[in-house]
Design a protein around this ligand. Structure first.
Ligand code: FES
Length: 86
């Protein structure tokens, strides 16, 4: 995924916004990313990916999201259609 691709579809938060939030605010735990435009507080789909972004900032780029934006959107649509949202 590219930085300008949407990470949280519920609240229209891009990966760039999350990465910048992590760099500026230095959250201690991934759940603090909810303060970045509400990311992760909707359907819950993006939570594992928010955790990956959090890990990538401390562990390095091997923790980045390897899906394309299209794959990510398709998998999220499947998640919603399956009624798995919280
Ligand atoms: S996509 Fe982020 S909470 Fe739904």
């Amino acid at each position: 995924m590219e930085l300008d691709d949407k990470l949280c579809y519920c609240f229209h938060v891009t990966q760039r916004k999350v990465v910048n939030y992590i760099r500026l605010h230095k959250p201690k735990v991934p759940s603090q990313l909810s303060e970045c435009g509400g990311a992760g507080t909707g359907c819950g789909w993006c939570v594992p990916y928010l955790k990956k972004c959090f890990a990538a900032e401390s562990d390095g780029p091997e923790s980045t999201i390897e899906l394309t934006a299209e794959e990510y959107a398709t998998q999220r649509a499947t998640y919603i259609a399956a009624g798995k949202k919280r």
